[in-house]
Design a protein around this ligand. Sequence first.
Ligand code: CS2
Length: 497
Amino acid sequence: MRLCREALAHLPSHVYRPDYDVSRLQPGIVHLGCGSFHRAHQVTATQAAINAMGEKGLRWGIATTAMRRPELVRQLARQDNLFTLLTREPHDTTASVIGSITDSLFAGDPEANLAGRIADPRTRIVTLTVTASGYYLTADNRLDPEADAILADLRRLDEDQPARTATGLLVQGLAQVRAGGGVPPVILCCDNVAHNGATLRRAVTDFAALSGRDALADWIEATVQFPDTMVDRITPTTFADDIADARRLLGGIEDAVPVPAEPWFEWIIGEFEGPRPDWEAHEGTQFVPDVAVFERAKLQMLNGTHMILAYVGGLAGLTTIAEAAADPVLGPIAAHFMRNEQSAGVELPAPRLDRYTRNLMKRFRNPAIVHQVERIGRNGSAKMAARVIRPMRENLLAGRPVTGAVLLIASWIRWFALHEQEALEISITDPRAKSLRLICAEARDDHRAQAEAFLAMEEVFGPPLPRYDHIVSEIAALLHRFDTQEIRQVLADLAAD
Ligand code: CS2
């Protein structure tokens, strides 16, 4: 039997599930960017909230939207929007059936009518997880007016066609709210972007202004709330083993789209006005006046360290983050980078930073989480600024070492250099992949020119780094060593320094 409403009655008793009648749920939230992370995070917390709220919770169902590919939402629709969360501890997995989604939509379907849904008075909150690359931002966190997707959406707006980017859809939806004189929903960005709420607000107002709707831009600025958030739960891709485990734990009921995730869950939300689900019912959720310190700690220490593990791990032939973090040489390099470089600007007492580092390294080593370096390595050009360059710049200004950041950047460049020579076994996904490969091709054998051309990309790295020439030389020297020495030797030397 396939997972569906009717199957709920047949689940083994140990499986956690909705306490409410899922058929009575109404959509109160529109989500843009339905993927694994969204399901393991906001959808799961929303179920906990609805469970805790009784009758009042039934207004908080989620109409979720896939932005780029329809397969996942089509499958969810076949399962009455139900799916299984597999919480993976190192040696134990528990299954929970999640039923807080009311509609599974695809942004590419004309009948999805997302602008209309955003403007529906029942929609009080719009959440987003479209990834850092889905906002088309430059390194200074402004909307990139040259990005093809943004240009295409501006044309769509001119022609009254449904937008396809998150910013375009928000502008269309908010324009309808304004035209109808309604109260706009709260827009809750749940992506790993620095100051994500404020950044999204600016991207949306920039988009409105670019589309010639200046009055709308001003109205959004003055009326719409965009709280900042920090989100955290490591959620790898679903593999065949996950599908098999879900079937076993659900007593033979088939789920084609279960989500594996680590037990850790954190959601820090900037306080806002208006109705909302009691998300605090899910352990790890907190509403706070200021998200900044949480966001910085998370983006730099977790996400930035993920990047060094991915790029260096990939070069060393490791395939998962767990392998890279458990590696006797790379693991300590990453932990040192996290604690000593990536904590720059994170205003927390030293013992807390020590604890946070230990806990993160332990989470990374969880062998039950199959997080591929290929996946974490994606879209580096959109992640670099907030996760790596922000602390690196601060360290350089303070005269502190940046050895880990140099290693990370050199390894990232090396991915493109190898790729361009068809010598990388990992596939590369990046919005700027073409130009980055071209840099490597044009400067083949000239490591300094490669390093210089990468660092000169202000849309990725921002304005020139302090001690620019020195950093270029250091990166070039590492690129040279990658070419002439075994990667293991290079790492052993760096670890010994
Ligand atoms: C990862 C994140 O893909 C990435 O960039 O660093 O998805 C990370 O796993 C999550 O942010 C953890 O909360």
